[in-house]
Design a protein around this ligand. Structure first.
Ligand SMILES: Nc1nc2c(ncn2[C@@H]2O[C@H](COP(=O)(O)OP(=O)(O)OP(=O)(O)O)[C@@H](O)[C@H]2O)c(=O)[nH]1
Ligand SMILES: [Mg+2]
Length: 354
């Protein structure tokens, strides 16, 4: 690893990793944070969502990271909250702050990175904007003419560095017409992660170099095409189950019901925190084998704290109906602490520098 990552005389770097829902942002950032930690570099993470109760925040906090969330709106609409979150983290003197924007957001260079450079350029070093692409998703989007495909394209256009994620799933580099890819990475195996970190922290790639020309009406329609559901449920079981045995069948049932209702999944993830261990289980498209991380062998427990985040191309009320029906089939003692189903509202950036 290069020493350029952690020069302590420099202000902390702030590294934004964007990309569509499920592209692998959180997993990459956690892998990068652990790589930096092993080299003695202090890191922190800012997560972001339109609602409350985020699987990513729970998961990252459970891995020992210094995590704070900006909730109730994206970074561009909540720029002052983003600054508040950064100031809170700066008190712990991190050398690198990672920030993960909502996966349905774009125009970040103009509305987040440039305003940050302009107002906080002395306190923070803004690193180049990385945009992650899941090659499988890019193939689907390439042939689509939808507003969501437009949003996907805009995310790529504004990147300083475009990376293909999940390289462990592919033999060779997938052909993606029209996309100029700089790197391919696997957060699972670690392939390419150290070299990517060297590049984003090295100061040789300009940050926020691409301000978008973008139709905000179409961007808003793309966001509104995605139904959003966040929930937190406490489960008390008479017959204890392991987190994998509780959350696994739940995700399978949700996938099946969403597929039957024609709701296209962008990302469905469940965090199950039990006293014996925690897991995260996720699918990024209908019918996909769930990806499970965490304490797969945790012993059965009676108490489970479930956080569920679902993003799908569907009416949020349909998502609510499907999720509530699945919760109703869980053992009787459950308490729904929070359940929000909504469409993201049109983006209204606090700042825009072009
Ligand atoms: N095989 C493989 N799976 C990966 C890799 N990176 C991420 N995943 C899986 O892809 C899914 C989505 O990854 P996340 O890191 O949660 O994606 P994200 O971009 O943060 O998703 P949102 O926060 O919903 O936008 C999860 O099930 C991950 O475990 C990778 O390098 N290889
Ligand atoms: Mg994430």
């Amino acid at each position: 690893m290069s020493n350029s990552r952690s020069g302590s005389d420099l202000p902390p770097a702030v590294v934004f990793v964007a990309g569509f829902l499920g592209s692998g942002k959180t997993r990459l950032l956690l892998r990068a944070a652990s790589l930096l930690a092993s080299a003695g570099t202090r890191t922190a993470l800012i997560t972001n969502d339109q609602g409350d109760d985020l699987v990513d925040t729970e998961w990252a906090a459970g891995r020992g990271g210094d995590v704070t969330g900006v909730q109730g709106g994206c970074f561009c609409c909540r720029f002052s909250d983003l600054m508040g979150a950064a100031e809170k983290l700066l008190a712990h003197e991190p050398q690198v702050i990672f920030a993960e924007p909502v996966g349905s957001c774009t125009d970040l260079a103009a509305t987040v990175l440039r305003p940050l450079q302009s107002s906080y350029g002395l306190q923070l070093r803004v690193a180049p904007l990385t945009v992650l692409i899941d090659p499988e998703r890019a193939k689907e989007m390439h042939t689509a003419a939808s507003d969501v495909a437009y949003l996907f394209q805009k995310q790529i256009e504004e990147a300083d560095i475009v990376c293909l994620s999940k390289s462990d799933l592919y033999d060779g580099v997938p052909e993606l017409p029209g996309i100029s890819v700089r790197r391919h990475l696997s957060a699972k195996t670690g392939e390419g992660v150290a070299a990517w970190l060297d590049e984003v922290l090295g100061g040789t790639v300009p940050a926020a170099s691409q301000a978008l020309t973008i139709d905000y009406g179409r961007y808003a329609r793309a966001e509104a095409a995605l139904g959003w559901l966040n929930a937190r449920v406490l489960v008390d079981l008479e017959a204890p189950l392991s987190p994998a045995t509780l959350a696994g069948p739940l995700i399978d049932e949700l996938d099946e019901k969403l597929t039957a209702a024609g709701a296209r999944i962008a990302h469905l993830k469940i965090f199950d925190g039990a006293p014996t261990g925690s897991i995260k289980i996720a699918v990024c498209r209908n019918g996909e084998d769930p990806d499970v991380e965490g304490d797969l062998t945790a012993s059965p427990a009676a108490r489970h704290d479930l956080v569920l985040n679902l993003r799908a191309e569907a009416d949020p009320e349909l998502l609510r109906k499907i999720v509530e029906a699945a919760f109703a089939r869980l053992p009787p003692k459950i308490k729904i602490v929070n359940l929000q189903a909504f469409q993201p509202s049109p983006p209204k950036p606090q700042h825009r520098i072009i």
